[in-house]
Write a protein that binds this ligand. Structure first.
Ligand code: MSP
Length: 507
């Protein structure tokens, strides 16, 4: 089965921060898990390079929009391997192939009769690149996201007949209960629709930095139309000489933050319907990562507010996997939540180092010490078998439901179970009693096997650490999910001890 997962394409008017890494890693966990299941996966991310925000930021710096886009797109491209994102392609909307395809698709929307010319007046936030409705505006015509004054804009524009999709969208939300997850976001989108849809401006006349409207060269497309279409355009040129559209579209899961819900849950399906295309199967909407401001109040992390946790710094110090783990553990994916260096340090030490890291170290050390590094070939302990019986199934089901945090939680319960098992069995005592040799064999074999299973399941969350550990365990079978069954480890694997440990103390 094809599994196509996307992230939003990120604006190049600012440098990457933890918020961008967060969404990307969320999508990556799903992509990696599906690859473990043998699915045909395509994972797309990229940069959104047109529109006023970029043009304005470039002007301030005294460089061309293209120069700024190239410079910052590169920083986003570098972010991907740095956070161990396994994206199959990185799309840039300044790519000529994207632009041509946008023109083709939008021409279709025009030919299908969903576009007309009209006069626009509205309050516009240049940072969001969005006109705000009365409900969306802050006090005195301000942007509630960027806390800046809105601009009253008047111009002749091409309009997209969003209003004519009122009924089809209502039907979509009636019939497809899991189109948007979590439920709260689904309800928000549905009530936005039932509040009555107004037509939206589709082009800008006073801007050159964008994709030219094919039926009116004096206009470029409003950046959101150009941007949303990336999810489709990229499929047509991501692989040389191949068009993946038929194989991969519709997308299986589109991941994003709640700030861009309206565009994806309302505009996007309407635009696809207008072009006669299938709708994505699911939108997965996560919350904001917040940090405390000077007064201790939680605010959304964003470059323009200046409260950014630098993912590069965190990864340099603690490793990429620690950041990946922390993101999904600290904040339930889907909800808003605070992050801080304090809670990061705490989870690193108490969970990664003391629970998983320590379980790995002591399991391998005991096998080395008591059994010359060879995992005993005996049956695994039925006492543990029950705890693992349904685990892989549970994780698959949770990730099918895109419950990234819950899936991690059920795996972690088994990490803790294995640590308790060590305490219960006290192998160091068994080792002193020659009559307990068989019991020690069973204990060590069960620990190795349990550790192997949780490590396969943790692989999508912590690809680097788990690869290192599987090597140290002498496991050659790789990370296929079919191998994540307790009691099926290859007999007599030779292990090596971990030095340094998986999660070393950080000064
Ligand atoms: N370019 C548009 C998206 C177009 S998609 C067709 C855009 N770009 S953005 O650079 O502002 O990125 C927004 C996305 O980055 C959010 O939807 C979210 O996925 C992520 N985040 C940015 N800041 C974030 C937080 N503080 N917390 C969580 N996610 C954040 O909007």
């Amino acid at each position: 089965m094809a599994f196509y997962v996307t992230t939003p394409i990120y604006y190049v008017n600012a440098a990457p921060h933890l918020g961008h890494a967060y969404t990307t890693i969320g999508a990556d966990v799903l992509a990696r898990h599906m690859r473990q299941r043998g699915e045909q996966v395509f994972f797309l991310t990229g940069t959104d390079e047109h529109g006023e925000p970029v043009a304005q930021a470039a002007e301030k710096l005294g460089i061309s929009p293209k120069e700024l886009a190239d410079r910052n797109a590169q920083r986003f491209q570098e972010l991907m391997p740095r956070v161990n994102a396994s994206n199959d392609f990185f799309v840039r909307t300044s790519d000529e192939r994207h632009k041509r395809r946008v023109q083709e698709l939008m021409q279709r929307v025009y030919d299908n009769g969903h576009v007309y010319k009209g006069q626009y007046e509205g309050w516009y936030c240049p940072r969001c690149a969005d006109f705000k409705t009365d409900q969306e505006m802050g006090p005195e015509h301000t942007c509630p996201i960027h806390l800046i004054g809105l601009e009253l804009e008047r111009e002749e524009n091409w309009f997209f007949r969003l209003s004519s999709f009122q009924e089809p969208l209502e039907r979509l939300y009636e019939t497809q209960e899991d189109f948007v997850l979590p439920r709260q976001r689904f309800n928000e989108a549905r009530s936005f629709i039932s509040g009555g849809l107004q037509d939206v401006s589709l082009s800008r006349a006073n801007l050159r930095w964008g994709v030219e409207v094919p039926w009116d060269s004096g206009h470029v497309f409003y950046v959101w139309f150009d941007a949303l279409l990336n999810y489709l355009t990229a499929l047509s040129f991501a692989r040389d000489g191949e068009d993946l559209t038929d194989v991969m579209w519709p997308a299986t899961v589109q991941v994003m933050g709640k700030d861009i819900l309206k565009f994806h849950a309302v505009f996007w399906p309407a635009l696809l319907l207008a072009a006669g295309l299938d709708l994505p199967k699911r939108l997965l909407v996560h919350g904001y990562l917040m940090m405390k401001d000077a007064s201790g109040k939680d605010i959304k992390m964003s470059k323009s507010l200046g409260n950014v946790l630098d993912p590069f710094e965190v990864m340099d110090k603690f490793g990429t996997d620690a950041l990946r783990y922390y993101c999904f553990r600290e904040v339930s994916f889907g909800q808003d939540g605070s992050v801080s260096t304090v809670t990061f340090g705490h989870r690193y030490e108490s969970e990664l180092a003391n629970e998983y890291g320590n379980l790995a170290s002591r399991t391998l050390a005991m096998i080395s010490r008591y059994r010359d590094g060879v995992v005993p070939s005996t049956d695994a302990d039925p006492v543990l078998a029950g705890d693992f019986e349904t685990l892989t199934q549970e994780v698959s089901e949770l990730l099918d439901a895109t419950e990234i945090t819950q899936a991690l939680e059920v795996i972690w319960q088994r990490v803790r179970r294995l640590n308790r098992y060590v305490e219960e069995r006290a192998p160091w005592k068994l080792a002193k009693d020659p009559e307990a040799a068989e019991a020690l064999d069973v204990t060590l074999r069960s620990l190795a096997d349990g550790l192997r299973v949780v490590t396969i399941l943790l692989h999508p969350y912590m690809p680097e650490t788990t690869t290192r550990l599987m090597d140290a365990m002498g496991e050659e079978e790789g990370f296929s999910l079919s191998g994540a069954r307790f009691g099926t480890a290859r007999a007599e694997a030779t292990v090596t001890t971990l030095d340094p440990p998986l999660f070393p103390k950080v000064p």
